[in-house]
Design a protein around this ligand. Sequence first.
Ligand code: SAM
Length: 367
Amino acid sequence: MVQKRRRRKQQAPQFEDEIPYIPPRAEEQLLIEHLMSLKAGRILCTSHGRGQLAGFLASENAGADVCCHYLDSHYAALCEEYWTEADHAPTVVSGPDLPDREFDVVCIPVHNQGDAELTRDLMQQAYQRLKHQGTMYCAVNSPKDTWLHEQMQTLHKKVTRVPKRRGVIYSVVKTAPLKKERNFHAQFPVVFNERELNLETRPGVFSHRRLDAGAWALMKAMTVKDGMRVLDIGCGCGAVGIAAVISMKRGRVTAIDSNARAVQCTLRNIELNLTEDEQQRIEVFQTHTGELEAEGEFDLVLANPPYFSNFSIAKLFIDTARRTLKRHGRLMVVTKMPEWYEEYLPEIFRRVKIDKSGPYAIITATQ
Ligand SMILES: C[S@@+](CC[C@H](N)C(=O)[O-])C[C@H]1O[C@@H](n2cnc3c(N)ncnc32)[C@H](O)[C@@H]1O
């Protein structure tokens, strides 16, 4: 059912349009209720939803600088769209790190089953972005939480704890910068085509600290030939695209991802692992729409699509391949769930071959 964006007082701005109302997750709702009378000039929030907390704080602090940060431009775009009609909308940004400027208040909703390392990384950054005597608020959707409490204590010894029926809200006031900052980057070795690669990842990038087994299956199966134009869609840390570059003496690779940190890691891995000549043969950029200037120009599209989102991202990847491949060009997908592809791909591509001989299926579809 489409519910109009009429909100309870604490969820604030008045909308006339028909954009469906999306309730915040429990941890974000806890912060909305806790910060109902917050007044501040510069506020930084993160969100696992549509930036409901940032939108609420922007409406309650007219003229304030309220910023909502996402790593992924897809979610940033959804948030921006959600608040377009608001009188006082938050500024929505997508980047590999929190905006590098000072804030009076930072707010981080934490899901108890979320990515622990990414949460710690963002909490540390958020604390460092605070002005002296600025406040950091974090909330978690678990009334029995101890983990987030411990993380708050690593930032400051004096933590205020407000238990609620559906979770806990914590806050600290910054009295000094952190003495020691933890580095969450990881590097790991991978040998491909007798080349020793050293790949770097950060929390929030797919398969942080290790090469994904699906990515490795695709790297071994991909049929890259000299002179090809290759698209690595959803490149993550860039392993597949970089392997494609070193598989050919000539030929070019385009690597794209919606996650700003993934793009940053891919660029870093190119610098770490490819020769100057090879570096000239790969380009990387951030996009979540699959829109590329190069329509009908690729010989090979490589993808290890995510499993969440009910195959909507897999569908986007396939539709992008369909538009950007040359006639007779090929799409190669790696997956543990080939059934959906068996149904969907033959509607789009003429020839579809599925190799289920390993733990991962490799699907090859020809334009
Ligand atoms: C399963 S990971 C694969 C990463 C890498 N290719 C590998 O095999 O290790 C899927 C990747 O798709 C990216 N992604 C998700 N939605 C996307 C979109 N709409 N456009 C581009 N990339 C997207 C994610 O950020 C993630 O890096």
